[in-house]
Design a protein around this ligand. Sequence first.
Ligand code: DOR
Ligand code: ZN
Length: 424
Amino acid sequence: MSLLLKNGRVIDPANSVDAVQDLLIADGKIEKLGKNLAAPAGAEVVDARGKLVCPGFIDIHVHLREPGYEYKETVATGTRAAAAGGFTAVACMANTNPVNDNGAVTDYILARARVEGAVRVYPIGAVTKNLKGEELAELAELAEAGCVAFSDDGKCVMNAGLYRRALEYTLPFGVPVISHAEDATLCRGWAMNEGVVSTEIGLPGAPAAAEEVMVARDILLAELTGAHVHIAHLSTAGAVRLVRDGKARGVRVSAEVTPHHLVLTEEAVRTYDPNTKMAPPLRSKRDVEALIEGLADGTIDCVATDHAPHALSEKEGEFDRAAFGIVGLETAVPLLLDRLVRPGLLPLPTLVARLSHDPARLLNLPGGSLAPGAPADVTILDPERELTVDPAQFRSKSRNTPFGGFALTGGPWLTIVGGTVVRL
Ligand code: DOR
Ligand code: ZN
């Protein structure tokens, strides 16, 4: 089976390619790239003129919710949402029920993914048993079963001594530990960012320092142990500065940012829409500017959605009581194209790198490159596509987004996994 993509603008930052070319895919792999390639007998030919042909996008922070919370999302629906959003692979977080803290749960997720995954699925194992922060999970077993990283995401491992041991223990596995940086003692019962807006609208706040204290701690622990610490959903200017300083000192620290922290500020919370509530919270304009700058200069390594589906009943009613998190897979690419690339805040090839090659590099995943021989995971974008976000149309089982009704230009057009076009 072969597939020939004709005359698209091929953007492959890992190989310094940005040119109108044809791309030939055969037997699930990239065969070659060039001008006027002839279609082999029986090849499917796709006219990609005016489209952007990129290495498959990889989202390293997704909550697929299976096992245990299938009413919010499943491997089947979450991976369909991923494909619809232009992602060819996702890494899924461990806060399922049961928690992915032992090899049997990892096996289960991978089995579901084999049977009904529309894109590649890479499980992330828990750092501590049942995410309780008290004793280490079955780390060796999880790595053996195929976990590509460890994280208690959703919760912060508050015990620094235990976290140090986790970093030391996982070092030989060559996979990162992903930090949910939120000092629980600095932000009890919070619902939004602490600042003028939280005071004005009367909601309890979490200070930027609650994140920054933990980012600082984790950079120091990475330095102490030599392990790779990856900071999930970076959201404050101070955290960007800490990561920049850590990298400058040679510490093995990396970081991600979500689309919502790049395009919204705490001002959005004035609506009291529970779909503006997430952990970490939407921050100030100054923070957003620092995040964009950090993403552009490489301080922040990648964009990840923190796709966090919740049922309607968990996201309606009082803001204080609503669950934390929003879905992101189906809005990420249009938001980033419309709000960052179009106004010139981020060069398109940089965005492509931050969604493909950079996340692949962080978690040692295959993909992120269109070099001959690479797996044929390809994301094709239509830069002129006009869309209005309609949550009712999501492939995700959940609808919790603050972006309903947003009119955006640019979006995914075709998602190819292992040489096959994902049909939704
Ligand atoms: O808003 C969030 N929701 N942040 C997290 O860290 C966890 C996530 C969830 O699992 O719902
Ligand atoms: Zn998360």
